[in-house]
Write a protein that binds this ligand. Structure first.
Ligand SMILES: [Zn+2]
Length: 95
């Protein structure tokens, strides 16, 4: 199965988050002029206001900023697919 995951177009992007703590969280707009982010793996939009194509919940990095100061986000679908491969161990909690 691991071999199959490596064929996935999301693999290379998400491999940067290998072993990094991700927590299940509600998306919160970081700044007035910055209202959404995208899943690092698939580009799924995350946003805290009503938007048809956006999700309000996702998995976020909390400790180590990889690129500048940005928090990275991973959508639930990518997380579910890759959580074993990239050792994302945090349980999904009620929000
Ligand atoms: Zn995704």
């Amino acid at each position: 199965m691991v071999g199959d995951l490596k064929q996935d177009s999301r693999y290379d992007w998400l491999s940067d988050l290998r072993g990094i703590k991700l927590v299940w969280a509600k998306y919160v707009q970081p700044r007035e002029d910055w209202d959404h982010d995208h899943c690092l793996g698939c580009g799924q939009k995350l946003m805290d206001s009503e938007c048809e194509d956006a999700q309000k919940l996702g998995w976020m990095t909390i400790a180590v900023p990889l690129y500048g100061d940005d928090t990275e986000w991973v959508c639930d679908d990518c997380h579910e697919t890759f959580k074993s491969e990239f050792v994302w161990l945090e349980p999904k909690c009620e929000l």
